[in-house]
Design a protein around this ligand. Sequence first.
Ligand SMILES: Nc1ncnc2c1ncn2[C@@H]1O[C@H](COP(=O)(O)OP(=O)(O)OP(=O)(O)O)[C@@H](O)[C@H]1O
Ligand SMILES: [Mg+2]
Ligand SMILES: [Zn+2]
Length: 341
Amino acid sequence: MDKSIYNTIINEYENRQNKAYSLLSKKKAEVYTKIPRIEEIDREIQLCGVKYNKMILLESVSYDIAIDELHQKIKNLKKEKELLLEKNSFGSKYLEPKFQCIQCKDTGFLTTFKSTEKCSCFKQQYIDHLFKQSNLKLINEENFETFNDNFYPDVIDESKYGIKVSPRKNIFNIKEKALTFIDNIDNPSQKNLFFSGPTGVGKTFMINCIAAKLLNIGRTVLYQTSPSIFNIISEYRFNFQKGDIHENTIYNNIFNVELLIIDDLGTEPHTATRYAELLNIINIRQENNLVRPCKTILSSNLGINKLTEYYDERVASRIIGGFDLFRFAGEDIRMIKKLQS
Ligand SMILES: Nc1ncnc2c1ncn2[C@@H]1O[C@H](COP(=O)(O)OP(=O)(O)OP(=O)(O)O)[C@@H](O)[C@H]1O
Ligand SMILES: [Mg+2]
Ligand SMILES: [Zn+2]
């Protein structure tokens, strides 16, 4: 579990509890001035609680009877309080703290005699944070549930699409390999993915599909377009040289997230330092991947041949060696959608 997200959530729970209790004390003050008897009742209930605890400690002889009596007394007091609240049109539950999650009372944890485990609301929050941190904006619309293969022609036309099978068959194959990639995320010998192909054929869509599945099982993902990732790195280096060295989560995540996606590779400004940066990212992540999941997906309009022209030999050979290469093909789905609408 990502530590910084974990801490953020714990803080969030503290805030929620503080809010619930401060609201409650405001309501109490309001009620006590209007119905002084309720303040007395609350004090009596508290006293019963103290007595109850003492009895358990002392294990006195008449233990069972006394406990029953105390329970009955508390019950009666609570009933009286509810009736009073209702009579004064507050509603009988007015003085109960309002938690967002009634199961864990906004603590994030469910505690029994035997164990403490995270509440389902904690797990959901964690996933929500993962989605936010991933920087993927269209993920709710673009995922395997909304995946539509009808956009891919079911005809073989090598001269048009540049592949020997139909675009439909091709996308099925890619989808299958994408699912294997997800299943094998923990396997160090599962290669990274490189998606190439012309504009509008679903590279970013497939990226969203993969990311959504991984995020939903609690994996960390970071999506960046190529220009933005290089900007983040340059900015970090610039600040670092200025001596302005503070924790930079996004920068760290580039090297440490379980899945890093660099989309639109080849659209960043063309400079030699960029190649070195890219090589550095790929190298560090491949090293990390030997001990923990640290996978990378690259996507580009550049085909493999162009890659060698655009980047230097070292970058291209790194990509060819460490990545499974997939060529997307078909019509420009953006155009099809526009014509349909
Ligand atoms: N399998 C699919 N099912 C439904 N819609 C899709 C699918 N693939 C792509 N689309 C839609 O087609 C459009 C273009 O897809 P996408 O953005 O993934 O293309 P791309 O290959 O990343 O293009 P570019 O190279 O320009 O970034 C988007 O609106 C996307 O939602
Ligand atoms: Mg794209
Ligand atoms: Zn909960």
